[in-house]
Every structure is written in structure tokens, then in C-alpha cells.
Design a protein around this ligand. Structure first.
Ligand code: GLU
Length: 482
């Protein structure tokens, strides 16, 4: 009888800064795989680097994950049957595991100081040898050990790697093998007793019953070390999947140079979490349908390791903008307004009927942060042509004729809306014989100062008849009458 194990994935951030977009992508993948299999998604905080880890970073990472909509089933904030979920609170557990390894003779104390290690490593490199640890403390005589200790040296614990090859099967990359000589005996815990990443990670992934370890390709060289530890502890390794790196447009690894790199920056720029999750999933995976706007539900349903590409993914901001625009257009207009309002800052939106403006702008922006700047024309008290092109349009003889006709046509009107504006424009066309772009552009620039913008009849309706007339009049006055 076989019992299928419940799929359990984890995201294991080090709380040393904001949630990086590459790590967010790793979290997305783990979340999707867990949900796809009806399994569980665990959040573990890897905070053994005491100097660089902070509670603020942990909080900001949790906040960003929650904002992305990636709910975790167990974690430092909500507990669970395999806690604690912060490595700094699991030190006793690592000590027990270390004792197990010591009993089976798989670890030994290493007294080498960092500068000694580095000097010998450089020598080996200069001789064209492997930079792996040279085994200096592997077979230390007791007397030598005592001598080191009397010098005040506190040993790190190293894991013995025997000659051979360590193999594992990667769900994305296929079979992978590493020669153990290139790995060398590696450190499991430092002199102060703090566990190193590979050791704590294996102890926790095992204790937390993780079935799939999904992480960035930059960790692939850690995996043989981890596999060796699983075997030494008598455990079965989980399945591994290393997802390809993310590159900037110049095909260099994504970094600050390429612009925004953390999730909070994307939130501040007005991207929607569901658009970001969709975009990050598609960096190295595609739906069989070829569709790109998928939504969380389809991402979860259609995910398949077989369709994850092995090659690095290029982060294309234009595509993200396009995708975000699609998600923004699909929002309920009331929700769009609600999400756009905070972007007006502490002072809030400049008018009570802001909803009319956001309804109009919903199809005109790719990011929520663009709403205030695009909304500005509706609240301006004067119109300033935005550039030389706009100025040239206002100076054209057509502009004067159109403007004068506009004032004439609108003077007797008692009500005002987009239909009436259209009717006025039709009359102007009839009266002046000017049509198309030559008719519409001057009016657009007179009313907004801009050459491009949202739908003009609606814009005119929102501005109101009085303001439209005033702006046209002021524009005619400014360009002089001959
Ligand atoms: N704390 C590690 C990191 O942030 C976790 C790597 C892993 O998923 O094993 O890179």
C-alpha cells in the first residue's frame, strides 16, 4: 500500500531587507505548487545571520507576501504543528541534529581561522586546484586539538564529504551530478554554535515535512551538500526544483541598476498584486493555452513543472505594464476608484466627484500611480500648453476659428454633457468646414493643454460648461487676436 504524502512547499526568506522581486517569484511558485496539489505552503524565516537579520525586514516581507495574496498555512505569525518557524528559535533542534551527526562520526571540529582558510584557498587556486576545503583539521591528533583550544580557538563543525559523486533529480533541470571533490568538507555550524544555511535548511525541511524544495537556480550548488546531509541523517531527500534566474533587459542578472527590484516599490508604483503574481509566474512558465492573463485560479490549476523553462527569464517591464493595464481595466470601476485614491497622497483627491474622473481614466493608465497626474487636468484652474507641439496647435488659424465658434455655440446652452459637447463640435464642423484631427486637436489642447489624453467628450462633461468656455476664451486671449 502506498500513501501519497501531502505536498508541502515552503518559502524561506532571510529577513535582511525588503522582499526582492526574484524571491517573490520563488514564493509565487511555491504557493502555486502547494495549491495545485491541494497541499500546504509554509513560511519559514531564516534569521541565523544575527547581524543582518531584522524584525522590520521580517515584517515587511510578511506584509508584501500577504499583499501579493500568497496565504501561508504555517509561519512565524500564525504558528503551526512544526514550529517555531524562525530559525533563531530552533537552535535546540539543530544541536540535537548535530549530536546525531557527531555520534555517527560525520562531523569534526575545525579550528582554521578565516584568514588561514583564505590564504590556503588562494594558494590552491594559484596551483590550479579545487578551492574546496583542504581537510586541514580532518584528522587532527588530540594533542593538536588541545593546543588550538588553549590558544582560545573555538571550533566550527565541519561535515565529512567522502569521495564520490552526489546526484539528484531536478524537476526542471533533470538529473544533476556533482563530484564530491569539488564540494569538500563544509561547515555546518560556526564557533558560536549558530548553524550554517545548508544544515539548518535540511534540518528544518525534514522536520517541517517539506516534499518539494523550489528555489532559485543560485542555490543549485547547495543542493548536493544538502542531499549529503539528508543521507547522513538517514532521511529521504525531498524533490528539488531550481527555477531559472531573472535577468534585466541587458541580460545581466536583475539588480537595482535595472530599476525597481522590491515588491514594495511595485506596490508604490501602482501595480496590482494579481497582475504582479501573473507576471512573475509567466517569467519561466507558460500556460498550454497560450493565454497570458490567467488570474490566480488558472495559474494554480494549469501549473505544470513540465512547462517550466530551463533558460533564464528576462524581466520585461513593458509587458508588466501591459499586463497591469489589463488587470486595471477589468476591475469594477468602484474598486478602481478606491485603489486609486491613496495615490493622491495625504491631501486626498481634489474633488468630491472624483469617481467620474477615475471612471474615465480607468482605460487610460497602466499603473495606479498615473491617476493623479492624469487627473490634474480636471482640477486645473488654468490651462498651460504642455509642449511646443501644443503651442503650435493653438497658434494655428484653425484654432482661432474653432475657439470662436465654440464660444458662440456654447453661449446659449443651459445644460451640458458629453452628447451636447459632441453636438457642438458637429455644428462647428459644419460652420467652419474643419474636420478630423484639425478640428479635435485644437479643442483638446484648449481644454487640457495636452496633445493626448482621455476621451474628449467625457473630459468636457467633467470640466463643465463654464470651465470649458473660460479655458477656450483664455486660450484665444493668450494667442492674441492678430
Ligand atoms: N534563506 C535562503 C534564501 O533566502 C533560502 C534558500 C532556500 O530556499 O533554500 O536564499
Amino acid at each position: 500500500m502506498t500513501t501519497e504524502k501531502k505536498v508541502r512547499t515552503r518559502f524561506a526568506p532571510s529577513p535582511t531587507g525588503h522582499l526582492h522581486i526574484g524571491n517573490a517569484r520563488t514564493a509565487v511558485m511555491n504557493w502555486i505548487v502547494a495549491r495545485h496539489h491541494g497541499g500546504e505552503f509554509i513560511l519559514r524565516v531564516e534569521d541565523t545571520d544575527r547581524e543582518r537579520s531584522t524584525r522590520e525586514s521580517e515584517e515587511s516581507i510578511l506584509r508584501d507576501l500577504a499583499w501579493l495574496g500568497l496565504k501561508w498555512d504555517e509561519g512565524p505569525d500564525r504558528g503551526g504543528p512544526h514550529g517555531p518557524y524562525r530559525q533563531s528559535e530552533r537552535l535546540d533542534l539543530y544541536r540535537d541534529r548535530m549530536s546525531d551527526l557527531a555520534r555517527s562520526g560525520r562531523v569534526y571540529p575545525c579550528y582554521c581561522a578565516p584568514d588561514e582558510l583564505e590564504a590556503r584557498r588562494q594558494e590552491r587556486l594559484a596551483r590550479g586546484e579545487s578551492p574546496a576545503y583542504d581537510g586541514h583539521c580532518r584528522e587532527l591528533a588530540d594533542a593538536k586539538r588541545r593546543a588550538y583550544e588553549s590558544e582560545g580557538r573555538v571550533p566550527a563543525m565541519r561535515f565529512r564529504v567522502e569521495p564520490g559523486e552526489t546526484r539528484f533529480h531536478d524537476l526542471i533541470k533533470g538529473p544533476i551530478g556533482f563530484a564530491n571533490e569539488t564540494i569538500g568538507d563544509f561547515v555546518l555550524s560556526r564557533g558560536d554554535g549558530m548553524p550554517m544555511y545548508n544544515f539548518a535548511c535540511v534540518a528544518d525541511d525534514h522536520d517541517m515535512e517539506i516534499t518539494h524544495v523550489i528555489r532559485g537556480n543560485d542555490h543549485v550548488s547547495n543542493t548536493p551538500r544538502q542531499v549529503l546531509l539528508y543521507l547522513a541523517l538517514g532521511w529521504t531527500p525531498p524533490a528539488f526544483a531550481h527555477i531559472p534566474m531573472i535577468l534585466g533587459g541587458d541580460r545581466e542578472r536583475l539588480s537595482k541598476r535595472h530599476g525597481a527590484t522590491s515588491v514594495d516599490q511595485y506596490r508604490a508604483a501602482g501595480y496590482l498584486p494579481e497582475a504582479l503574481v501573473n507576471f512573475l509566474s509567466l517569467l519561466s512558465w507558460s500556460s498550454e493555452s497560450g493565454d497570458e492573463i490567467l488570474g490566480m485560479e488558472r495559474l494554480v490549476r494549469e501549473f505544470d513543472f513540465g512547462r517550466v523553462s530551463e533558460s533564464p527569464a528576462v524581466f520585461n517591464t513593458e509587458k508588466l505594464d501591459w499586463m497591469n493595464g489589463q488587470y486595471l481595466r477589468a476591475l469594477d470601476p468602484g474598486r478602481f476608484c478606491e485603489l486609486a485614491l491613496p495615490f493622491f497622497g495625504a491631501a486626498g483627491a481634489p474633488a468630491a466627484d472624483i469617481r467620474k474622473v477615475t471612471d474615465l481614466l480607468q482605460s487610460a493608465v497602466d499603473r495606479l500611480s498615473q491617476v493623479p497626474e492624469k487627473a490634474a487636468v480636471f482640477f486645473a484652474e488654468t490651462v498651460v500648453p504642455e509642449n511646443a507641439e501644443a503651442e503650435a496647435i493653438l497658434r494655428s488659424p484653425e484654432a482661432r476659428r474653432i475657439g470662436e465658434a465654440f464660444l458662440g455655440q456654447t453661449a446659449p446652452l443651459v445644460s451640458w454633457n458629453s452628447e451636447l459637447f459632441l453636438a457642438v463640435m458637429k455644428e462647428i464642423q459644419k460652420g467652419t468646414g474643419i474636420k478630423g484631427k484639425n478640428l479635435w486637436m485644437p479643442i483638446r489642447v484648449m481644454l487640457t493643454g495636452q496633445v493626448h489624453g482621455p476621451e474628449l467628450p467625457k473630459t468636457a462633461e467633467i470640466l463643465g460648461r463654464e470651465k470649458c468656455r473660460r479655458f477656450v476664451r483664455e486660450s484665444l486671449e493668450r494667442s492674441g487676436d492678430g
